[in-house]
Design a protein around this ligand. Structure first.
Ligand code: SAH
Length: 236
């Protein structure tokens, strides 16, 4: 079973929003498992201290390497990747999510305050992962994002629709626009090609739209797509 183990000083934040919807049903059905472990349980003083002032001075507090190391070691020594949520980590991509979903699960370490003692990252071989170029107040929302992205790809969680084959990023492109009834919404009709019943034309339109959106919105993805040698189909 795919297992998520989260180390946090706020275990009550889990499963949080993952307890509802399809991820929650899948959790209850035993399609994946979740353990939220309290880092504070591994403090070794009367005050359950998990942080201390930064060496060299400066604002804020730093999470202690010794306490975190004990928490990680107590969580077990299996082979799952250990990810530290971190604003300066490698940005999380769908390809990494898909690889994580195919493995045995993840161990997620949630930072707080100004972050964690650098020595801990090396000593426990943590892989720093960022969920975007902005700063959160803690790793918990990042951990929820990582788990959600992985769980929806697990077999049996979302059914056919999450096969992922046509989703954003699957082939390096953003997804084409979607429509459903009513046929006319506030004067705007559904594009004719989608209601005409010609599957070949629908496919070509979707491909062209995916390419247009990617070119317009994500020059970085577009450049990578072109570099991979999949030039856009000629369009009239
Ligand atoms: N001083 C740090 C920010 C600390 S924010 C810096 O400038 O990089 C506190 C914690 O929130 C971090 O330890 C990390 O676990 C989490 N966090 C903040 N932003 C994040 C992001 N973009 N992605 C993943 N985790 C993040």
């Amino acid at each position: 079973m795919w297992r998520a183990t989260v180390l946090t000083i706020f275990p009550e934040m889990f499963p949080g929003p993952l307890g509802g919807s399809l991820a929650g049903k899948a959790l209850a059905a035993g399609l994946w498992s979740l353990d939220a472990l309290d880092i504070r349980a591994h403090a070794n003083d009367r005050h359950n201290t998990v942080d201390d002032t930064p060496a060299g001075g400066g604002p804020g507090m730093v999470m202690k390497a010794d306490v975190l190391a004990r928490a990680i070691d107590a969580a077990g020594t299996d082979t799952r990747p250990r990810l530290l949520l971190s604003a300066r980590g490698v940005p999380l991509k769908q390809s990494r999510v898909a690889a994580l979903a195919q493995g045995g699960g993840v161990v997620l370490i949630c930072g707080r305050f100004e972050g964690v003692d650098e020595r801990l990252i090396a000593a426990r071989q943590l892989e720093e992962v960022s969920i975007g170029d902005y700063v959160l107040s803690g790793g918990e929302i990042g951990a929820l994002a990582v788990i959600d992205a992985c769980v929806r790809l697990l077999p049996g969680v979302m059914g056919k629709e999450a096969s992922g084959a046509e989703e954003s990023f699957a082939d390096g492109l953003l997804e084409y626009p979607q429509y459903t009834r009513p046929a006319v919404f506030e004067g705007a009709p559904i594009p004719e090609v989608l209601t005409g019943g010609d599957h070949g034309k629908v496919k070509a339109w979707r491909q062209a739209e995916a390419e247009r959106l990617t070119r317009e919105r994500r020059p970085d993805l577009w450049a990578a797509y072109l570099a991979r040698g999949k030039p856009p189909k000629p369009r009239g």
